[in-house]
Design a protein around this ligand. Structure first.
Ligand code: GLP
Length: 256
């Protein structure tokens, strides 16, 4: 990929002003990203190139790149240099929204690649999570979840079919699971138990999400319940840590 030119640096840096030089460089690069002059995947100038063209120390250049990276606008990869990325999506884990609805609310276009849609017999931990008997039919979906063309997560959903007959015939390449459950089966979600964990990407995950080997993944395992206390779904969503971060508003009880 072509390296983009840094715009005429000497005229744009205010070297005697109050605003730190690293910040001015960071903002100049950010402006190029926000106005679309630099696109996701484009290479950013290296620390050395920035230092040379802006006539600043490498430390100043490094700070500017570091700040862009920590704000999620850039990522460095061995052999590839530093390139433009999209800032992390903030996932409010207090919301029981499905992926499709969540992405639409952010103004993004959701889509899925169906990796597997199978009916299997419940066993082990799934029987406990979904409160079903051993051997009862479970619909298992594995989907690559995509937003605006960018792969965001790999999700595995397990849904007990005894409550939703015929669900296995739905075309989940295009349908939203939660929408079908709501519209066709009148399901109303009440609450969910979620467990968050960090772990390295598997080989398959790094291929599917086009991310570095062993990249850190944010795993969210969820058992979501109906208002009548019947489990709807046991799921595990695996997000690339660089594209997502979890947030939560903690309700106050008392401050101790
Ligand atoms: C979220 C949840 C998954 C759920 C999915 C449904 O991502 N973490 O557990 O399966 O939403 O999404 P959709 O309604 O788009 O199929």
């Amino acid at each position: 990929m072509e390296k983009n030119d840094v715009q005429s640096p000497l005229s744009s840096l205010d070297k005697d002003g109050f605003i730190p030089l690293y910040y001015q460089i960071q903002q100049a690069l950010l402006e190029q990203i926000q106005t679309g002059k630099l696109l996701v995947g484009d290479c950013l100038p290296s620390e050395y190139e920035l230092a040379r063209s802006y006539r600043v120390s490498r430390m100043t250049a490094r700070q500017a790149l570091h700040n862009l990276k920590s704000r999620g606008y850039a990522l460095s990869q061995k052999g590839r240099g530093t390139y433009v990325t999209r800032p992390k999506l903030e996932k409010n884990i207090m919301h029981l929204r499905g992926f499709t609805e969540d992405m639409k609310q952010r103004g993004m276009m959701p889509s899925s690649r169906l990796l597997a849609q199978t009916v299997l017999s419940a066993k082990g931990v799934l029987t406990e999570q979904l409160r079903v008997e051993e051997g009862s039919a479970i619909l298992q979906l594995r989907r690559l979840r995509i937003a605006d063309g960018l792969p965001m997560a790999i999700e595995e959903s397990n849904i007990p079919l005894k409550h939703y007959p015929g669900l296995e015939r739905t075309d989940f390449t295009s349908e939203s699971l939660y929408k079908v459950l709501r519209n066709k089966y009148g399901v109303r979600a009440a609450w969910a138990d979620e467990v968050l964990e960090a772990s390295p990407a598997t080989h398959e995950e790094s291929e599917l999400l086009s991310i570095p080997k062993n990249a850190i993944m944010l795993s969210i395992s969820r058992v979501i319940m109906r208002t009548d206390e019947i489990p709807i779904e046991a799921a595990c969503s695996r997000y690339f840590g660089n594209r997502y971060r979890a947030s939560i508003r903690v309700p106050t009880t008392t401050i101790e």
